[in-house]
Design a protein around this ligand. Structure first.
Ligand SMILES: [Zn+2]
Length: 195
């Protein structure tokens, strides 16, 4: 390997970053699912970091596990986290809305445990139908901080500007649809571990 092409370590500024991997393990329904994640390790100080490109690839690999048989019917921790972030809810508020304790909700997001079938149904309903989330939040007496913003997103989808070209309208709708199911790393937990 030609070491002159390797990026320099930002920690010690002496070594160079060599590609390495870490493995993250998940236990959906008690079965082991391993995802190999990319990282970089310094050949001088030994510090492990994750570069931006590696981070993007890692997110893709994490999202892909959704298609594995072990996950059939289950929500990823990232999907639950994305729902909460989408509406600006704290973990405490989300726990109250779905009738769970803070600790339980945190465990769902980090996939320490998985929601039971009825909770999964409720979460999926809230992901797919904003009104359902609103209703549950109202019942729990919890405000939805980003409700207005999300309503405005949807108005853009339902009533595109009349002057907008037809193709642009389709793209806008697709953007909104894909953002609903967007994947986020669970509070960057694995990034912190590697730092
Ligand atoms: Zn270093």
């Amino acid at each position: 390997m030609n070491t002159t092409e390797l990026p320099r370590c930002h920690v010690c500024r002496k070594g160079q970053l060599l590609p390495s991997t870490t493995t993250r393990e998940f236990k959906p329904r008690g079965q082991t699912v391993r995802v190999e994640l990319l990282a970089s390790v310094c050949n001088h100080c030994g510090k492990e970091t994750i570069r931006a490109k590696q981070h993007d690839e890692n997110l893709k690999r994490l999202a892909d596990r959704k298609h594995r048989d072990e996950y059939k019917g289950l929500l990823l921790g990232e999907e639950i986290l994305a729902l909460r972030h989408r509406y600006g809810l704290t973990q405490q508020a989300a726990a109250k809305i779905f009738g769970k304790t803070n600790i339980t909700f945190s465990r769902y997001e980090h996939e320490v445990t998985y929601p039971d079938e009825s909770t999964t149904m409720l979460l999926r309903l809230a992901i797919e139908m904003p009104e359902a989330l609103r209703r549950l939040a109202d019942q729990a007496g919890e405000p939805v901080p980003l409700w207005q913003e999300r309503c405005e997103d949807r108005r853009m989808t339902l009533h595109p500007l009349p002057s907008a070209p037809a193709q642009l309208r389709v793209v806008e709708q697709m953007d909104v649809l894909t953002s609903v199911g967007s994947i986020e790393a669970p509070d960057g937990a694995w990034m912190q571990e590697a730092a």
